[in-house]
Design a protein around this ligand. Sequence first.
Ligand code: PMP
Length: 397
Amino acid sequence: MTLGRDPRSPAGPLARLRAAAESRERAGLRRRLRPRTGDHDGLIDLASNDYLGLSRDPRLIEGAAAAAREYGTGSTGSRLVTGTTALHAELDRRLAAFTGSAAGLVFSSGFLANLGAVTALAGSGDLVVSDQVNHASIVDACRLSRARVAIVPHRDVAAVERALAERDEEHALVVTDAVFSVDGDLAPLAELHRVVRAHGALLMIDEAHALGVVGDGGRGAAHAAGLAGEPDVVLTLTLSKSLGAQGGAVLGAPEVADALVDTGRSMIFDTGLNPPALGAALAALDVLEAEPGLPALARDRARRMSGIAAGLGLETTEDPAAAVVPVVLGEPEAAVRAAEICAEHGARVGCFRPPSVPKGRACLRLTARATVGEADLTTLREALSAVVRSTGRSLHT
Ligand code: PMP
């Protein structure tokens, strides 16, 4: 027995977790779950990923209810056993058609779609090239793939090209977010695709924050970059943001779908997506097709919001490509306090701290919605003005 260990105390392992939590508390890095009411506690929502305001749309609610009435509340099994209903097959097809892809497969989350896609497309003896600020689900997918992983600087196409050119591996996969989830900037997709094509690799693009917001009618960033349907492009997406539902998908060539059905562990060993989420997502696609101007509204609101932050001298993006607007404050405590001030002034905003962002780059993450109105923008201006006053920053730095 190692000195100092008490094998009879079940609290031993928990003491370590407690100590770690206390140290995160001291560093301003504790996270708390805050249950909200259906109306966001009366605050305006500038924090969710409900970019088109569809998550409470009566058409989606009816789509979800109708799907539950016909197929039940759960899918009852893996997609390979009983968990593929006619709604799964329909959404597979509809998402492929919407994004201009040959084939599609719905997963039960975007996280699992990324895990499935990367691990099915790359394995031991292959190379994966991944942007350094890609989403955590991509980071984990790269690790799980057992491929060699080259992390490249953010949006650095030359570094991607070097990694591909200098590789010993025959097969390579380049992975990127389309719209990066905290800074809201766009990946250089056309340039990445040129490099990927020149070096015989595959390009996987996570459209999570681009679908429904970027591109013609919200068809996504790959579509906007002219990459729809390219055989060496694979898309992943989530149904939980602009589509107001829940779930994810992988889109690409038929060979990609076949690989996922045969080897995609996060699909094979996971229960298929629940019918209400499918019904809601299908209804959301109907809404997008009927109202193709919605994505431009969300983008416009994002520009208005970043204009307000910039006008107050806050560090933000000049020209947001999608609906994500970061406001950088630096230290975690400053970001937490700023989010509290915004809530006190009526606006719920996101607050991101390390490890979600680099050290010294803690920020507020404002998200736009197509349904944000003038009164909401006034509330935001007042809230951010109060943040500026509290930090002692000049209004016109
Ligand atoms: N990719 C990106 C870029 C994301 O931001 C997210 C969600 N935060 C996901 C994937 C995961 O999607 P889901 O929430 O559907 O699991």
